[in-house]
Write a protein that binds this ligand. Structure first.
Ligand SMILES: O=C(O)c1cccc(C(=O)CC[C@H]2O[C@@H](n3cnc4c(=O)[nH]cnc43)[C@H](O)[C@@H]2O)c1
Length: 234
C-alpha cells in the first residue's frame, strides 16, 4: 500500500464536508537541520518543519503541541545522527524500522534493565513497514546510500567503545543513534499518526571525537533526502 498524501481527509463531519489535504509535520532538533530539510522541500506548503530542540523531552513536547493545534497525516523526525560501525557509514542515510529508547530504564549490579523488563511500558515503537519500504526504495532509486534498521534514542550521546558495544548488543541490528526519535514517536503514537525517522549520518557511534563529525556532509544528504521525501509523499 502506498502512503498517499493526496488522499483527502474530511475536516468536519457535516453534510457540507470540506476536504483538506493531508499535511506532514517534520521535527528537527536544530536550525541547521531545519534549513537543510527546507532546502530539499523547496518550500512546499504541505510540510511544516519545526525546530524542537535537542533530546527526547523537547522533541515530544514540541510534537505534541504541534499535533494538538493542526491536523497532520504523517510525522517525520529528520536530522543528523550517529551510525553504528558496519551498519551505517558517515554520509549515508538511515530510515528507522523501529525507534528504541535505548537508555530508558534502570542500572542494576547485573547490568541495564529496560523499562520493558521493569514492567512500565515499552521502549520500542515500530514504524509502518510499507512506509519504510516505500521511502527507502525511493531514496535508493535516487542514488542515495540508505539502509534500514532500529534507530536508538538516547539522552546521553555514546562516547566510548564500551557503551557503543553495550547498546548495540542490547538492540540487535542497532543501526543509528540520535536523541529525539522516541519522543517524537511517542507523541505521534498518542495521536494515532504514522511516524518516520530519517537520520543522515554525521559520525560513527563510539569514542567521542566531536571534531571528526561530518556535519556539513550529513546536512547535504539530509537536504537530498528531503527532496526525495517530497516526491514520494506527494
Ligand atoms: O554544530 C553544528 O553546526 C551542528 C549542525 C547541525 C546539528 C548539530 C548537532 O549537534 C545536532 C545534535 C543532534 O545530532 C544528533 N546526533 C548526531 N550524532 C549523534 C550521536 O552520535 N548520538 C546521538 N545523537 C546524535 C542528535 O539527535 C542531536 O539532536 C550541530
Amino acid at each position: 500500500m502506498n502512503f498517499d498524501l493526496s488522499a483527502k481527509t474530511p475536516a468536519v463531519s457535516h453534510p457540507k464536508q470540506q476536504e483538506t489535504e493531508m499535511r506532514v509535520l517534520v521535527i528537527t532538533s536544530v536550525p541547521a537541520e531545519k534549513d537543510a530539510v527546507l532546502r530539499g522541500l523547496h518550500g512546499n506548503s504541505r510540510f511544516n518543519v519545526l525546530v524542537a530542540g535537542v533530546g527526547p523531552a523537547a522533541a515530544a513536547a514540541s510534537t505534541a503541541t504541534a499535533l494538538a493545534t493542526a491536523k497532520y497525516g504523517l510525522v517525520v523526525n529528520a536530522g543528523i545522527g550517529g551510525g553504528f560501525a558496519n551498519r551505517a557509514e558517515v554520509g549515508s542515510l538511515v530510515v528507522a524500522n523501529e525507534i528504541v529508547a535505548a537508555d530508558l530504564g534502570a542500572e542494576t549490579p547485573e547490568g541495564f534493565c529496560s523499562l520493558d523488563e521493569l514492567g512500565f511500558g515499552s521502549t520500542r515503537i515500530p514504524v509502518d513497514a510499507s512506509l519504510v519500504t516505500q521511502v527507502t526504495e525511493a531514496l535508493h532509486a535516487a542514488g542515495l546510500p540508505v539502509t534500514t534498521g532500529p534507530v536508538l534514542t538516547v539522552s546521553t550521546v555514546t562516547g566510548t567503545a564500551a557503551t557503543s558495544f553495550e547498546r548495540a548488543s542490547r538492540v540487535p541490528g542497532a543501526t543509528a543513534e540520535a536523541m529525539e526519535g522516541y519522543g517524537v514517536a511517542t507523541a505521534a503514537h498518542n495521536h494515532g499518526i504514522p511516524i518516520l525517522e530519517i537520520r543522515a549520518i554525521s559520525n560513527l557511534v563510539g569514542p567521542r571525537d566531536r571534531a571528526a563529525w561530518r556535519i556539513e556532509e550529513a546536512l547535504n544528504i539530509l537536504e537530498s533526502a528531503s527532496s526525495v521525501l517530497l516526491e514520494v509523499l506527494l
